[in-house]
Design a protein around this ligand. Structure first.
Ligand code: M6R
Length: 611
């Protein structure tokens, strides 16, 4: 949940670290800090954004070619200067940055208190750095060995980087459950939570595995397991352009990412679909395709937006592939004792590939013998590394905290999976299969048409920007889109918003309707059209104000509602790929008009690596 960047090489470390922290700020932004080694360890940390840290650090001695930096999303202790990372050990010989949670920190802390240690912060991370120092003093070993021994006793998740006064040229990193990537340049190394701060310096990276410890020293990288088994670093070549992680002229990453969707959805299909030849191939699934085709049941796991994509998939898989589907919040699934049978398969959806609840749910399902397929965006993240097979969505880096292009990428992949299974099972006709392939290929161009609605959406946002509540209603494939529209609005504008199946309105939410309550209906011309027209009439009869997402040329709904937004026609199963676009734009514009920090909404972080 926090962002980590460390540098060791021939450059000045501070500029590399500050720039890296800005790139990682999406992971957490309540405080930030750096430690630079220059004859001694200098630590500067500050509550607030990376820019606050940078302003504070100016004028201080920032020289040094080895350093570590951290941007925090608070878990233990409120966001303030003291709880910010890096943390010193008691002797001030060691400094540490940490992403994750040390679950047994309280008992370790008590032991250290009994030995006379004192603590300045409320963090589990300060406990860890002191624990390492204590182990080193007791055992009389090297710092690397002390880190290894200490981590063997730690319960929880961590990605850590450590530097020390006694070993000025040495940097130690380790991970379990939280990501770490090591960039390898010319006589220089970078360690980071993801590749975004590294890419402008090198495209050669090593992904550290769980329970591995890396030591950078004398221009060399050595990796070993916590059991002391030496590992040969496997160097990956990154396929990531710098443009992809910059705003490229857009005011916010979120807007850039909304507008990237024609390309990102097209990229999700590239080399996989050929409607002329009627072929569809997700290469990553081939090895296990028979398990998918013969599955008695599919269980879909995810959180937030990824869970919403899973809900759309439930409708699609059941309709096309005629297989029962259950969609589970990973955060609930993992704490139950779920029933997994021999012929069940699990699909885990995650943009980041790091969500702690989804990872834990996967481990649980695996322990019960399930085959797990991953649908992820971040290449090399933890989830794709623990699943049996899967497909990347290839949306490119999603930096805005509100997920947008990942959602449409996930839908595209899930639709292709459903079609692949349905075609092999023979549960759809050849003509319907072919038609859906053609429609899918046309989606990027139709998203482009939806994006042309930006100015109209902005106008509607102006009308509703000051309301306190919003209701989103949809049916069938568009019920999950109603949930997603409400989530987008609440997370970035802080307006209370609820999504419901439109037919459920009469069972409770209708009591909320009055002239103050805007209701967004997702109402394309599909099999529920007449029903949803009735629902709109019920809202209008109670003086609710209605914004409707309709198909081009719709006149019936247009005449009933206050505002209508017209999206192109596509097959019913594919409408979520289009209907979500104006909802993303609406949430974006309302949030901007309310002065909210769209890319870094309060209390949130991009990857939720805590439970
Ligand atoms: O990286 P993941 O897809 O696993 O993340 C899941 C949720 O944390 C994420 O979708 C979250 O709800 C977003 N802020 C939604 O915009």
């Amino acid at each position: 949940m926090c962002g980590i960047i460390a540098y060791s090489g021939h450059r000045e470390a501070y500029p590399v670290i500050i720039k890296g922290l800005k790139r990682l700020e999406y992971r957490g932004y309540d405080s930030a800090g750096v430690a630079i080694f220059n004859q001694d360890l200098q630590v500067y940390k500050k509550k607030g954004r990376v820019s606050d840290l940078d302003a504070y650090a100016q004028g201080q001695d920032l020289h040094g070619t080895v350093g570590i930096g951290h941007t925090r999303w608070a878990t233990h202790g409120e966001p303030n200067d003291v709880n910010a990372h890096p943390h010193y050990s008691q002797s001030k010989n060691i400094v540490l940055i940490h992403n994750g949670i040390i679950e047994n920190y309280a008992s370790i802390k008590q032991d250290l208190l009994n030995k006379g240690y004192s603590f300045h912060s409320e963090t589990d991370s300060e406990v860890l750095v002191n624990f390492i120092e204590d182990v080193q003093q007791n055992v009389g070993c090297s710092l690397v060995e002390a880190v290894r021994l200490a981590l063997q006793k730690v319960v929880g998740a961590y990605a850590i980087v450590i530097i020390s006064k006694d070993n000025p040229g040495q940097m130690i990193a380790a991970r379990k459950g939280s990501p770490l990537v090591i960039g390898i340049g010319e006589r220089e190394f970078f360690v980071a939570s993801d590749a975004t701060p590294i890419i402008e310096y090198t495209n050669e990276v090593v992904y550290l595995d769980d329970q591995e410890l890396a030591v950078i020293e004398d221009g060399e990288l050595h990796i070993k397991s916590l059991d002391s088994i030496e590992k040969t670093p496997y160097i990956h070549k990154l396929d990531l352009e710098l443009d992809a992680i910059e705003k490229g002229g857009f005011e916010h990453f979120m807007l850039k990412e909304i507008f990237e969707q024609p390309k990102s959805v097209s990229d999700s299909m590239r080399g996989r679909i050929n409607s002329t030849e009627g072929t569809l191939l997700l290469g990553g699934l081939i090895e296990y395709i028979n398990r998918l085709v013969s599955a008695d049941r599919i269980i879909i796991l995810g959180c937030g937006t990824s869970w919403h994509a899973g809900l759309v998939a439930e409708y699609i898989f059941e309709e096309l592939a005629r297989v029962p589907v259950e969609v589970e919040y990973a955060s609930e699934f993992r704490y139950r004792n779920p029933i997994i049978r021999e012929n069940d398969v699990v699909i885990a959806i995650s943009q980041s590939g790091e969500t702690a609840d989804t990872l834990a749910a996967i481990e649980l399902a695996k322990s019960k013998g399930a085959i797990i397929f991953g649908v992820c965006n971040v290449v090399g993240a933890s989830i794709p590394r623990v699943t049996h097979a899967g497909a990347y969505i290839h949306a490119g880096p999603e930096i805005g905290v509100a997920s947008t292009k990942a959602f449409t990428g996930q839908l595209s992949i899930l639709m292709m999976m459903a079609l692949m299974i349905a075609h092999r099972k023979g549960t759809i006709t050849e003509s319907r299969y072919r038609k859906l392939l053609v429609e899918l290929e046309q989606i990027p161009a139709k998203i482009e048409q939806c994006l042309a609605l930006n100015a109209q959406t902005q106008y509607i946002a102006e009308v509703f920007k000051d309301v306190r509540n919003f209701l989103y209603l949809g049916r069938g494939y568009n019920f999950p889109v109603a949930l997603e529209g409400a989530l987008k609005l609440k997370e970035i504008s802080y307006i209370h918003a609820e999504g419901y199946p439109a037919a459920e309105m009469k069972h409770g939410p209708i009591a909320l309707i009055d002239e103050e309550m805007p209701v967004v209906f997702i109402a394309p011309h599909d099999s529920s059209y007449e029903k949803i027209v009735s629902n709109i009439q019920e809202v209008k009869a109670r003086k609710g104000r209605v914004i409707a997402i309709v198909n081009e040329g719709d006149t019936v709904i247009k005449n009933l509602v206050d505002f209508s937004i017209e999206i192109p026609y596509t097959s019913e199963e594919l409408t979520p790929l289009l209907s979500v676009i104006p909802l993303q734009l609406l949430a974006y514009h309302i949030a901007v008009m309310r002065g909210c920090d769209v890319d870094r909404p309060r209390n949130l972080a991009k990857s939720v690596t805590v439970e």
